[in-house]
Design a protein around this ligand. Structure first.
Ligand code: SF4
Length: 442
């Protein structure tokens, strides 16, 4: 068991993520008999490189993301490029990132620059949160509530009030929404009538003529009906997500999704029939009891269904999830299996003409991997790209929304948060609006 000592370093928690890439929680602590000592010599990256090399030789592990523990490697590469540095050599020399990850980052960065360009300084991405889902998934750590249809009404009334204010304030300030995104939760938990009224409020409040992408997450296939999809089409929605996570029924039952594989087939069929242009499908590598073959089969199925955006996630077990309560060390099991699942999925997708267009890394993810979005036919999810590059203001409405105002001269963001509990949000809606007025539309 190891024990760490950092000399002349105040914030030692910044090294914790890196240490976790090599050691399980039971392998280090204040009682450890092997002391590893590091001195701060003026460069925190240098300390990380020392830790990496040290633990690499002791454990035999060589995490492919090197000492990079941040969640946005493509953003970092883009900033290096803007400073006229060579991202690949900096990622290699300073961050010890392996070849395969450097190539992936560069490929995505070049694609983003070519297809999405840089955002206009007065453009805006708008996020609207619907914090309801039919049931709670085993691994969920988001704001998700299970309530009856009529209990959603007070929330929708408060949300509309915020939309009305924010739309008018955005117009006044000269902002032009570039993307609109309904997330959650699962927005399609709302009825067709509720969706219609909400989306009407959005188009009345905001100048949406120039919007390049309008997404509504319809993640849970059992919430999708023809009527709801027709409402989305009528309001100009061109992108939805139908998220199977797995196409193996036993897994869906195990993770508490309630829907069936059959529901996924039906949802895709409906989406194409009503004319949705882009359907994203999320898959998770590393779900309980899944094999490599299970994961590969799920991927083949969603390709066959025609998903033109596919996002590969690695299971991240966070503190608030039921899975974490059930199995504290779930994250540290089968890391190699998850890496193999993702590596072969990348190969399959590339072979079928899919291009990786964005990636992000999550904390608490197993196997030192990343989540990657792929697209077909040059239809990347623009909202996702903008959120990850953090070079545009994001106006986030609804419970749990964290707006970010971007200051281009300083390449800096400031956050303005709404409360995440939807009942408190309803009670304090006027205060949420006031926060926006003071913090966002200054
Ligand atoms: S669909 Fe998403 S937000 Fe809803 S319970 Fe499952 S993981 Fe949570």
């Amino acid at each position: 068991m190891y024990r760490f000592r950092f000399n002349n370093i105040e914030n030692t928690s910044q090294y914790e993520e890196l240490i976790k890439e090599f050691l399980q929680p039971s392998e280090y602590g204040p009682e450890g008999d092997t002391l590893l000592e590091y001195d701060f010599m003026g460069d925190k990256e240098e300390v990380k490189r020392q830790i990496y090399r040290d633990l690499s030789s002791r454990t035999g592990k060589s995490p492919k993301w090197g000492i990079l523990t941040g969640i946005r490697p493509v953003k970092l590469a883009g900033e290096l490029l803007d400073q006229e540095k060579d991202p690949e050599s900096v990622l290699k020399e300073s961050y010890l990132v392996h070849d395969s990850k450097r190539a992936l980052v560069r490929d995505i960065l070049d694609y983003q620059r070519a297809k999405a360009g840089k955002p206009d300084p007065k453009s805006l991405s708008v996020y609207i949160g619907i914090p309801f889902c039919p049931t709670r998934c085993l691994y969920c750590s988001f704001t998700s509530n299970q309530v009856q249809q009529d209990q959603m009404e007070p929330y929708l009334a408060a949300l509309k009030k915020e939309i009305e204010y924010a739309g008018a304030a955005a117009k006044n300030a000269g902002y032009k929404p570039e993307t609109l995104y309904f997330g959650g939760g699962t927005p399609t938990t709302l009825s067709a009538g509720q969706l219609d009224s909400l989306l009407t409020k959005v188009s009345d409040a905001f100048a949406i003529g120039g919007v390049r992408e309008y997404t509504v997450e319809a993640g849970r296939p059992d919430t999708i009906t023809k009527d709801k999809l027709q409402v989305l089409i009528d309001h100009g929605v061109d992108r939805i997500s139908i998220n199977p996570q797995s196409m193996k029924q036993e897994t869906l039952d195990l993770i508490g999704r309630r829907h069936t594989v059959e529901d996924v087939y039906k949802a895709f069929d409906l989406a194409w029939k009503v004319g949705i242009e882009v359907v994203n499908a999320d898959l998770i590598a590393g779900l309980p009891e899944e094999t490599e073959a299970d994961f590969a089969r799920s991927l083949e199925e969603i390709i066959r269904l025609g998903a033109n955006n596919i996002t590969l996630h690695t299971l991240a077990v966070k503190r608030a999830s039921r899975l974490k309560e059930m199995d504290e060390n779930f994250n540290y099991k089968d890391e190699e299996l998850r890496e193999r699942m993702l590596a072969s999925a990348h190969e399959t997708l590339r072979g079928r003409g899919y291009q990786p267009y964005y990636l992000y890394r999550q904390k608490h993810t197993s196997g030192n991997t990343e989540n990657t979005g792929f697209c077909l036919d040059d239809r990347p999810g623009l909202y996702n790209i903008r959120i990850m590059e953090e070079a545009q203001s994001n106006l986030a409405l609804g419970a749990g929304g964290i707006s970010k105002i971007y200051f281009p001269e300083e390449n800096r963001l400031e956050r303005v948060a709404n409360v995440s509990n939807y009942e408190i949000y309803i009670d304090r809606i006027d205060e949420m609006i006031e926060r926006k007025r003071k913090g966002f539309f200054i």
